[in-house]
Design a protein around this ligand. Structure first.
Ligand SMILES: *Cc1c(COP(=O)(O)O)cnc(C)c1O
Length: 396
């Protein structure tokens, strides 16, 4: 692979390792272990494992390594560690670097399981966590302490789609020497250059846009070679959160088409948001790509003007209207994934964010009428017609 290649070329050829058969499509090395020529070779490999040498699939595997190299090339990261799910990536990135007595500052608008790790798990081991409004730079500044070891946020939050200024928060965090960990799922690896903008560590749930076809769970942690091999790898390989070779293969094939899919989905999302914005059945249409979105200027500077593939619709009439709307949809499915080829509608208050207290939901803008809509690859006009008839049903 050449460093000078543009993203789309890296996504097709990056990381490819061919076996002695010179196959065109990447091979699935569906094996947990690797045979040594002799006892001396086994001993040598345990002392030092070379680039193209493997010991055990929990430590590494050729198909998984191809996926790691390809996503690292896309992200402009020195290295990557692939994980069994997005949550294994979030947990691995944070837990591998933190110890009792450390302080973490986190945005409060988080995916439910990310919040659980910060609020319920890390704190059990003596890590102190301060939550802030991620869009308020003064709040980030005020929360920093000399012992702040890490900062965590979703660069675009789920499900209210707030956009956080990576460059500004990284500057604030770096002033006290904290490591900036960004969950970049909603921004997508296609639109975001989080590392170039100051993130030290980027995590993805590969289950979302990287697979993009709803097949497997996966995740990845990206960062410097030192951080990935020195901090993350020892934690992950001994605690068992590694990605399976079959899932890695599925995700490698997903990377080949990710720019085409995500660009088409984002274009469709903008058209849908523009068509529905101001609809009488809606309290609000939330889409970062809309000019009236609170952080639209940041979308221009940080995401190349792309608002992502998800929009959220806040229906007048609360839960009853939201449920009538969901049940009236004929093309999208009711489910909880996102970034899929199939459009997916979700009611966060009763599903993905059910665990949150009413006060927390209120604070985060997760209203009873809020529906998260992940735009798929269907025809845009078909989706607009379907959403419009479902809104009419909900306001009848
Ligand atoms: C889905 C998601 C995760 C968790 O990923 P899994 O692959 O489901 O474990 C983490 N963060 C964000 C923002 C997500 O959307």
């Amino acid at each position: 692979m050449s460093e000078s290649w543009n993203k789309r070329t890296k996504l097709v050829h990056g990381g490819t390792r061919r076996s002695q058969y010179n196959e065109v499509s990447e091979a699935i090395f569906l094996t947990q272990g690797f045979v040594y020529e002799n006892a001396e070779q086994a001993e040598a490999r345990f002392i030092e494992t070379g680039e193209d040498e493997f010991i055990y699939a929990r430590y590494g595997n050729p198909t998984v390594a191809m996926f790691e190299e390809r996503i690292a090339a896309l992200e402009g990261a020195e290295d990557a560690f692939a994980t069994a799910s997005g949550m294994a990536a979030v947990n691995g990135a944070l837990t591998s670097m933190l110890k009792a007595g450390d302080h973490v500052v986190s945005a409060k608008a988080l995916f439910g399981s990310c919040l659980y790790i910060l609020e319920n798990i890390l704190t059990r081991f003596g890590v102190e966590v301060t939550f802030v409004d991620g869009t308020d730079l003064d709040a980030w500044r005020a929360a920093m302490r000399p012992d702040t070891k890490a900062v965590f946020f979703e660069s675009m939050s789920n499900p209210t789609l707030e956009v956080i200024d990576i460059k500004a928060v990284a500057e604030i965090a770096h002033s006290v020497g904290a490591t900036v960990v960004v969950d970049n799922v909603f921004s997508t690896p296609v639109f975001s250059d989080a590392i170039a903008q100051g993130a030290d560590v980027v995590v993805y749930s590969a289950t979302k846009h990287i697979d993009g076809q709803g097949r497997v769970l996966g995740g990845v942690i990206l960062g410097t070679r030192d951080f990935i091999r020195g901090t993350v790898e020892p934690y992950m390989k001994h605690t068992g959160g590694s990605l399976s070779p079959f899932s890695a293969w599925t995700l490698l094939k997903g990377l080949e088409t990710i720019t085409l899919r995500v660009n088409a989905q984002a274009e469709s999302a903008l058209q849908i948001a523009e068509a529905l914005n101001g609809h009488p059945a809606l309290e609000r249409t939330i889409y970062p790509g809309l000019a009236d979105h609170a952080q639209n200027a940041l979308v221009q500077s940080q995401l190349g003007g792309k608002g992502g593939t998800v929009l959220s619709l806040d229906l007048k009439g609360g839960k009853e209207a939201a449920f009538t709307f969901l049940n009236a949809l004929t093309i999208p499915v009711i489910s909880n994934n996102l970034g899929d080829a199939k459009s997916i509608a979700t009611h966060p208050a009763t599903t993905t964010h059910q665990r949150l207290s009413d006060v927390q939901k209120d604070d985060l803008g997760i209203t009873p009428g809020l529906v998260r809509f992940s735009v798929g690859l269907e025809d845009t006009q078909d989706l607009i017609a379907d959403l419009t008839q479902a809104l009419a049903a909900a306001s009848a």
